[in-house]
Structures are given as C-alpha cells and as structure tokens.
Design a protein around this ligand. Structure first.
Ligand code: SF4
Length: 321
C-alpha cells in the first residue's frame, strides 16, 4: 500500500516586509522570480519516479506571497506536481493568498490546476491594526477579495487572523471575526502574535511608538476568539485551528501527526525516512542547484524520540472530541 505524503511548496517572495515578520523572505524582483519558477519546476520534475511508494494527500502552497509567481507559473508548477507524483483522488490543495492577490485569472487558473482550498492571510479587518502590521497590500485591496469570493464562491475558504496586535481589544477582534464570517468560511486559523527579536514592531514597541503586547491580554483574546467561533459552529481541532465539520486543514493535521513531508522550493522543510532538513543555504544556491539535493539540503538531522515528541505534539490535535 502507498504511504501518505504531504508536499510543502515554498514561494519565498514578498513585495515588502510586514512589521512583525521574522520569515527570511526574498524581495520581489521579476527576473529572480522567473528564475525561481524554472528552478522549482526542475526540482519537481526531478522527483518523477522517486516517490512511487507514496500517495500525496495534501499540498500546501505557502509564502511569502505565492501569487507573486503569477497565475500561469503557479499553474505549471501544479501540473508538474501532478506529473511527478501520484496524488490521491481527493488531494487537498491549499493556496495561501492575501486580499490584494485576487484576480479572475488567478482564481480560474488555480481552480483548473486543482486548488480546492483558499487561505486568505487577512490578519485583521481593522484599518488601524492593518497599518500597524504594515501588510504588503493596501487596506482597500480587501474589496478585491470581496469581489472574488462573491464571483467564484471558492470552497473551501479559510482566513488567517492574528491575535494580540498592540491595542487590539475583544471588540475590535469581534469586528474582524464578523467581517470574515460574512463570507461563510469553513475554516479559521487564529494565531497569537509573538514578536521575534529585532523585527520592526518589536523596535517600535521598545521605543514607545506602540503599546507592548501583554501575554494575559493575548491569552484572553485567544479564548474570546475560540469561544466566539465555537458558538458559531466551528470546532477547535488544534490550538489555533477552527473548522466546520469535515473542513479541517489536512496538511496541518497530517503534519502534526508526523506524516512524511517533502518540501519543494527555497526554505521549504522536509521530513522523510526519519530525517529532517530545510532547502537551500541561499536563494541563489537554490536557483542554481535545485535538482541536486546533496547541495541544497541544509541542517539534515535525525531526531531522537524525545525531540520528535516535542515537534509532533499530539495534544495539538483534537480530531475526535
Ligand atoms: S507576507 Fe508573510 S512572509 Fe511576507 S513579509 Fe508579511 S509576514 Fe513576512
């Protein structure tokens, strides 16, 4: 019987960096993005025949900002996946987006390529909080997502939100949650905001530009969001994920259950045959050697049982409650 496999496809580009970001994103530049697309396709095409014992159950296209690759390039990437891997009939293919990404071309092409789960990285629907996070799209772009959702009615739909933004209150969080619910999403992810050292927001808080983030307040907001969503028919199946029955994020669940994962693209991470590694010491190295795993694999480790139990914490998943 084929073993289950999940694929993480990393698109590490952003047009600018959010104030809270610690992700080593790469600045968007069309020539580099084109070269990256070719390298990524080469890596995926090179997998043909290498994973015949596996069945792909879930694909997560993550950023950065995946839509910066463009609809045609993403389409070809997904077609390469279909040719190189055996996918289960109901494979869940998730695409991370931001409100400013939406266009008819993107939605039609992605639907044709098999994307069946749309994640909107909204973080907040409040302008003041949006400005503070310095998101890489204009606040007004939320109407692009509005239009797309109304026109294409993508199912299933998920929103990513942040909790613990300086100055956020239960009332402002409720306004964001209500705005999302207007689109009848099947899934919501609510992340507590933890600032990495030396991100811009951390510096701004240190210099008194913004109020600090209080841990108790953040916990209270998380509880508020959880109760609010539960009262509206969502079920918490991890500490941060809420879904209508049957709409869980399969990539996330399988990942937390320790399913083997192949990362494709710069900064993706893999977990295969008991070994972890990330991909690419630098973007340039990845672009030049994407089909040579010996060169691009970084920090290969074979974790012991204790480390594994910290990574795959079964308490994070509550599928049967
Ligand atoms: S969109 Fe995500 S990866 Fe890009 S800068 Fe913002 S938080 Fe970082």
């Amino acid at each position: 019987m084929n073993k289950p496999l999940i694929l993480q496809i990393s698109i590490p580009f952003c047009v600018k960096q959010c104030s809270f970001c610690s992700y080593p994103y790469c600045t968007y530049e069309p020539r580099t993005v084109n070269a990256y697309t070719q390298a990524l396709r080469k890596e995926i095409q090179g997998c043909a025949g290498e994973f015949d014992d596996y069945k792909v159950c879930a694909v997560s296209i993550e950023g950065g900002s995946p839509a910066l690759l463009g609809a045609d390039a993403l389409y070809h990437v997904l077609m390469d996946v279909k040719k190189s891997f055996s996918c289960s009939e109901d494979v869940q293919v998730s695409l991370q987006t931001m409100p400013g990404d939406y266009s008819r071309a993107l939605m039609e092409k992605m639907r044709d390529a098999g994307v069946n789960r749309w994640i909107i990285g909204l973080q907040t629907a409040r302008r003041s909080e949006h400005d503070l996070l310095e998101r890489p799209y204009k606040y007004e772009a939320i109407t692009m997502a509005d239009m797309a959702i109304r026109t294409f009615d993508p199912r299933s739909l998920s929103f990513d939100l942040l909790v613990g933004i300086p100055g956020q209150t239960c009332r402002s969080l409720e306004q964001t949650l209500s705005r999302c619910l207007y689109y009848a999403p099947e899934h919501m992810t609510v992340y507590p905001l933890h600032l990495p050292a030396n991100c811009r927001m951390e510096e701004q808080i240190r210099s008194g530009v913004h109020p600090g983030i209080d841990g108790d307040c953040r916990a209270e907001l998380m509880t508020f969001a959880g109760n609010w969503l539960t009262e509206r028919g969502f079920r918490a199946y991890t500490r941060c994920d809420f879904a209508k029955p049957g709409f869980e994020d399969r990539y996330r669940v399988l990942s937390l259950q320790g399913c083997e994962r192949l990362g494709l693209g710069y900064h993706s991470s893999s977990w295969l045959d008991g070994v972890f590694w990330t991909t690419g010491h630098s973007l340039q190295e990845y672009i030049e050697h994407s089909d040579d795993i010996e060169t691009i694999a970084v920090d290969m480790i074979r974790p012991d049982e204790e480390s594994l139990s910290r990574i795959y914490d079964p308490l994070q998943i509550r599928l049967d409650s």
